[in-house]
Design a binder for this molecule. Structure first.
Ligand SMILES: C[S@@+](CC[C@H](N)C(=O)[O-])C[C@H]1O[C@@H](n2cnc3c(N)ncnc32)[C@H](O)[C@@H]1O
Length: 280
């Protein structure tokens, strides 16, 4: 069967299964099955699928079972780089690029800390953009840290990024100029509303704290002061309805200049704060 015919059949099958964006997903999966760049797929549509046919069929079957494309092909583009993703990590979201943009607006840190690094997208991206900076990436899950470590090596920042398995700050040592985190912020009672793609394919511990969705912010805010140099910054991704609460949590923990910033859709997405310089 030609790649073109397989693409048409797969698009129809995904569409019939109720997959939104069926055509784009089928193209992404076909490019991965044929091992050709996605933006050049058109050049290969006249080819016979041969050995790639079985791979493509298996991928389409997984997508019909609502597995996200990134988890099927094992890659996600983020801030212009390709990251490995597995079942052990959150599929990185485009909204998290707002956290990167906000962090990059500040001064270059000598040392940064990424809490709950997952695939490592935040720490790896920031170190790749700041070639003079060093960092530590933590996660509660060993499997996630292994993925982050491979992504750090893939993007040439492995020598500048340390990894630490830790429940928030429990195993963290040293001082930092910037703390970043995209913690699990979905409340337990919102979990049933998530799509199957998210609920069944992102690790539960990456999505929710099992409570009100704010407990990670409380833990991070209360521990951050002991690890931030005076004048150091914190930047946290939030759920779009959590701006006022997270601002209050950071303020109550002693942060100054706390601001809630919107994403490109105008919804609250990032909260930043500064650890005060002690003038006493
Ligand atoms: C929303 S995911 C974010 C992953 C990645 N930073 C990103 O933005 O794609 C939250 C991450 O926090 C980790 N996590 C959950 N509870 C934690 C805890 N108590 N201490 C450290 N990390 C934790 C999860 O394993 C998961 O990797």
């Amino acid at each position: 069967m030609s790649a073109q015919a397989a693409l048409i059949a797969a698009t129809r099958a995904l569409h019939a299964a109720g997959i939104e964006g069926a055509a784009g997903d089928a193209r992404a999966l076909l490019a991965a099955a044929m091992d050709v760049p996605r933006d050049r797929l058109t050049l290969y549509l006249g080819d016979d699928l041969d050995a790639a046919a079985a791979r493509f069929d298996a991928m389409i079957a997984r997508r019909m079972a609502r597995e996200p494309v990134a988890k099927i092909i094992g890659r996600r583009e983020f801030w212009g780089r390709s990251f490995e993703v597995t079942a052990d990590v959150l599929d990185p979201r485009p909204e998290t690029e707002c956290l990167i943009a906000e962090a990059l607006r500040g001064p270059v840190p000598a040392r940064l800390l990424d809490l709950g690094t997952g695939s490592g997208i935040i720490a790896v991206t920031l170190l790749a953009e700041w070639p003079g900076a060093q960092g530590v990436a933590t996660d509660i899950g060993a499997a996630a840290l292994a993925v982050a470590e491979r992504n750090a090596a893939r993007h040439g920042v492995g020598a500048r990024l340390g990894f630490c398995r830790s429940d928030w700050f429990s195993q963290v040592t040293g001082m930092f100029d910037l703390i970043v985190s995209n913690p699990p912020y979905i409340a337990a009672d919102e979990m049933p509303d998530l799509s199957v793609e998210v609920r069944d394919h992102d690790p539960e511990g990456a999505l929710t704290d099992g409570g009100d969705g704010l407990s990670a912010y409380r833990a991070i805010a209360s521990g951050a002061g002991a690890h931030l140099r005076p004048g150091g910054r914190i930047a946290l991704e939030i759920g779009w309805q959590q701006g006022a609460q997270v601002r209050e949590i950071l303020g109550a923990a002693g942060f100054a200049e706390v601001k809630v910033l919107p994403d490109l859709d105008g919804r609250d997405r990032v909260v930043i704060g500064t650890w005060p310089v002690d003038i006493g």
